[in-house]
Design a protein around this ligand. Structure first.
Ligand code: HEM
Length: 407
């Protein structure tokens, strides 16, 4: 019987979940959480093995939940069910394989890395907007809008739509980001999904009539060698997924990464002096405090792990951030060290569902951190205890007030 009493929603645990993760890794690596009614895995090797195990674990985690809803409730979130069921991330092979194969023909490393000049332009534009202010909210004014504007540019959505797109995406997060939401939040998320679907349907129709030089046009006109293509609904679902998956995660990467640099000023100074360290910095910051705290799998075949029986149908939380701090994988894991080497971090997941957008996410971090450290001679936090989002899936802050000295 485990003596670990894990309260994921406790503010102190949200602010620093790492001490309890260390206990789980050492004392109970296959921990049963009575609160989540789920298994919780925290060791690097176990988390990676789950990501690679398509036979015994399933990513189809929404269908069982949707199926359990009484008909009136299912109807109430009809749009959410319709589109999210078609997200590759919630599907197993062969549906996942087909969706990922088709989408990757457009969203490949080359097309995403080609966004670098636009990312740099957006970062500069946002810092121009901050102007001569010496105090601002790093999330509201920079880390929040940047990834949203990048995805919008990628999909060919005009910059002036930012506030609307961000609101729709934030409202949808009320369904996805938290497992403990109220019915009113579901209504807001449902309305946002409906609105977003209509928004993308119009955009798709426009690109069908008049293709442009953007990835949205390529996605709409995409055919593979066998003539297969995304259906209209799959197109809408994929656009929503790209916007959603690529947005809050990257915001949190840039904000968590900046907080970590502020807490390890020697490493911030190194990056400032040597911007060529940006690639190493992005990987280390993703490892140190990544934006995806957990992913969920469903046990599809009963099996044993660390002497426990994982029964078919049970839920498993794989704690990516706990795995990334496993001393079995990384020496001195609680330090930010731009010289670190070691196995790849698991912040983008691993295996068939490894983040489709990771080349873009990396590019955004590689551009944003040096650009900020060039524009501002010093950046420091205005609080020692920022507020954290109440979510296991998203690891990020609600705001991060900073004070800067202009270069
Ligand atoms: C630092 C930023 C990001 C992080 C930490 C991140 C993290 C992740 C993780 C952990 C997964 C795997 C989910 C699972 O195993 O169930 C994933 C999947 C995915 N991500 Fe990201 N992501 C980021 C940015 C992006 C961006 C910028 C995009 C799109 C432009 C994107 C699109 C996707 C998609 C489409 C999937 C589903 C892939 C599949 O199921 O095959 N992500 N991401």
């Amino acid at each position: 019987m485990s003596t670990i009493d894990w309260h994921p929603e406790d503010p102190a645990t949200l602010a620093d979940p790492y001490p309890v993760f260390a206990r789980m890794r050492d004392e109970d690596p296959c921990f049963w959480s009575p609160r989540l009614k789920s298994w919780v895995l925290t060791r690097y090797d176990d988390v990676k093995a789950v990501c690679l195990d398509k036979e015994r674990l399933s990513s189809d985690r929404l269908r069982p939940f949707f199926a359990s809803l009484p008909p009136p409730e299912a109807e109430r979130i009809g749009q959410i069910i319709r589109y999210l069921s078609q997200w590759m991330v919630f599907n197993d092979p062969p549906d996942h394989t087909r969706l990922r194969r088709l989408t990757s023909r457009v969203f490949h490393a080359k097309s995403m890395q080609a966004m670098r000049p636009q990312v740099a332009d957006i970062a500069d534009w946002l810092m121009d907007g901050i102007g001569s202010r010496t105090e601002f909210d790093f999330i509201t004014d920079f880390a929040g809008p940047l990834p949203c504007l990048v995805i919008m540019a990628l999909l060919g959505v005009e910059r002036q739509e930012l506030a609307r797109v961000k609101r729709m995406s934030d409202d949808m997060a009320l369904f996805i980001g938290s497992s403990r939401t109220s019915p009113e939040k579901y209504d807001t998320a449902e309305a946002a999904t409906h609105e977003m679907a209509g928004f993308f349907r119009e955009l798709i129709e426009d690109r069908r009539r008049t293709p442009r030089a953007d990835l949205m046009s390529e996605l709409v006109h995409l055919r593979d060698d066998d003539g297969d293509r995304l259906t209209e609904d799959e197109l809408v679902a994929t656009c929503i997924l790209l916007l959603f998956a690529g947005h809050e995660t990257t915001t949190n990467h840039i904000a968590n990464g900046m907080l970590a640099l502020m807490r390890f000023p020697d490493q911030m100074a190194r990056l400032q002096a040597e911007p060529a360290l940006a690639n190493a910095a992005v990987e280390e910051l993703l490892r140190y405090d990544g934006p995806s705290g957990a992913q969920v799998r469903i046990v599809s075949q009963t099996h044993e792990l660390h002497g426990k029986t994982l029964e078919a149908g049970q839920r498993v939380f794989i704690m990516l951030n706990a795995a990334n701090r496993d001393p079995r994988a990384y020496p001195d894991p609680d330090r930010v060290d731009l010289d670190r080497d070691g196995p790849p971090h698991l912040s983008f997941g691993f295996g068939i569902h490894i983040c489709l957008g990771f080349p873009l996410a990396r590019t955004e971090g590689q551009v944003a951190f040096p650009a900020l450290l060039k524009r501002y001679r010093a950046i420091e936090p205005m609080t020692t205890s920022p507020a954290w989002i109440n979510s296991l899936v998203f690891r990020g802050m609600t705001s991060l007030p900073v004070r800067v000295r202009h270069a």
